[in-house]
Each structure stands twice: as structure tokens, then as C-alpha cells.
Design a protein around this ligand. Sequence first.
Ligand code: ASP
Ligand code: MG
Length: 192
Amino acid sequence: MKIVVLKFGGTSVGTTEKIKKVAEIIANYKKKKYKVIVISSAMSGVTNELIKKSFQISENFSESEHDVLVSSGEQIACSLIAGRLKHKGFKSRSWLSWQIPIITVGKHKNSRINQINKNKIFKYLRDGGIPIITGFQGINNENRVTTIGRGGSDASAIMFAKFFKAERCIIYTDVEGIYTTDPNKLKNAKKN
Ligand code: ASP
Ligand code: MG
């Protein structure tokens, strides 16, 4: 299976117009006969806004609720991307971390991805689907939502590339261009 992981950062999904462009990029890979796994961050600014709200509620906002709150930005972005791909006639759906699941270990706000269950995503890819997966979040062994640290969706993408033995992992950031990297040789990441 020729798999590519495409990761979109906050700026690249920052508006609905940009999300339409992202859907075109994804569609192009699909047309090149790749099995495409998409990882998305939240739309730019969303995560910060959510954190602000938590401070308005309490200066000691619970860490487990923090993770539920701040991980919700990724859900929005993934749904919009999948919705656009469906609009264009592709088979696509959003996947939240608990639906896969993506298992993390460690503390809330700073967990680490330990394991990704491949079965459902592999089946979905084989059936021609384009999974749009929330970066930055996971679940722990108590079934609580976790996050893996600010900017963590890059790490989510790299873990997917590794677990699924992807041919390529491409990280799109509107600000700094496109990085391509062999998931096994991260130090050689190149900016195009
Ligand atoms: N949305 C999260 C953040 O702003 C994760 C990420 O962007 O990678 O930190
Ligand atoms: Mg980011």
C-alpha cells in the first residue's frame, strides 16, 4: 500500500477558503493513487482562544478538562476538511483520537503517543476512504481525552507515518513552506 501522510497546520486550515485549497491538495494525492492519511491541527487562533476561556472560568482549570477543551479545535478542522472532500465526491470522514484509538501515556497537557490502533484506519483506506484525523489529541488508559503538548500535531503526523509505514510524510505550514521528510530520518527534513 502506497501511503502518504499529509499534515496541515493551523494557518493552512485558518479559513474555510484555505480548507477548500487543502481539499484540493488531498484530492491530487488521491488521484496519484496514494492512500492518503490526513492529520489536521486546529484552525489558527482557535486553541489559544479556548485556553483563554479556561482562564476565565478558573485560574486552576482542571488539567483533564483542559485537554477536552483545547483538543476540540482539531475536531472542527477535521470535520470541515472531510465535509469539503465529500462535497467534491470523495469518500472521507473525520476520525477523533478515541475513535481509532490513539493511545497516549503520561500526564494531561503533555502526554505522549504510545500506540495507534491500525485496524479501522487500514480498513477505511482499503475501502477507498480518506481519513481526516485529529492531531494533538489521544486517549489514555482511563479513556480520558489527552493532549500531547502545544504544536503537537506534527508529532501526531510523524507517529502515523511511522506506524503505517508511509512512503512520505508532508507537513504543510502556510508560514514556512512545506517540509518533506522520511519519517525514519527526521533529521533530513527538507523545506521545499
Ligand atoms: N492546535 C494545537 C496547538 O495550537 C496543536 C498544533 O497546532 O499542532 O498547539
Ligand atoms: Mg502548529
